[in-house]
Design a protein around this ligand. Structure first.
Ligand code: OGA
Ligand code: MN
Length: 210
């Protein structure tokens, strides 16, 4: 897997940069090769089976709380060195970070990322990814890890775009969605089956309150 590096001027990454510059979001249906998607999906399921995923909280610092009426996913943050597939994905994200910095002058310095599993019926109400008291999150990235997803199974990511336009994305394996964290309100609709993803944020460095 380590051989599969992507350079920061790869056409796929430049397309994402162009989309963000023009529209504030990008969807790439075939971002990852199937083999890597399958490995990441297996890792997410293994972590879940071993009880490593925990109910996700809302808010930041002392104000954090578990509120299943707002979001019902279970998550685990990724660390460098966790596994070869996840390191491979992190390296690809580092190339995307360079491409974004070069094309959009965002000054992104860090990437944070977690596995997420939404059990059947779980959802995440409409929200914006940037915290009111902490604006270091600049760009959100979601990679989906689900085989053969059907529209009638639900689980769409619904983005609220300019001009009162809505855009739905099915969480199909290998699909990557990227958007400006402060500018695109979005929600996750409930699904009829487990919904797996890797969700991450590029951040500027800065003094956070926590
Ligand atoms: C999030 C989020 C979207 C998705 O975790 O903040 O909005 O499609 N996830 O999983
Ligand atoms: Mn979000």
């Amino acid at each position: 897997m380590r051989a599969m590096q992507i350079s920061s001027d790869h056409p796929l990454l430049l397309r994402i940069v162009d989309d963000l510059a023009e529209h504030g979001w990008s969807q790439q249906d075939l971002f990852l090769p199937n083999a890597l998607t399958a490995q990441l999906a297996a890792e997410c399921r293994r972590r879940s089976a071993e009880g490593e995923l925990a109910p996700a909280a809302v808010g930041r610092g002392p104000a954090q709380e578990i509120r299943e009426g707002i979001r019902g996913d279970h998550i685990q943050w990724l660390e460098e060195g966790d596994s070869e597939p996840s390191d491979c994905y992190m390296q690809m994200m580092d190339s995307l970070r360079e491409a974004l910095n070069r094309g959009l002058f965002l000054g992104l310095e860090e990437f944070e990322c977690h596995f997420a599993l939404y059990p059947p019926g779980a959802f995440y109400r409409k929200h914006v990814d940037r915290f009111r008291d902490d604006d270091r999150r600049m760009v959100s990235v979601v990679l989906y890890l689900n085989d053969d997803w059907l529209a009638e199974q639900g689980g769409q990511l619904r983005m609220y775009l300019a001009g009162e336009r809505e855009h739905d994305v099915l969480p199909s394996g290998g699909c990557l969605v990227v958007f400006l964290s402060g500018e695109v309100p979005h929600e996750v609709l409930p699904a009829q089956r487990d919904r797996l993803s890797l969700t991450g944020w590029f951040r500027r460095r800065g003094e956070g309150p926590f």
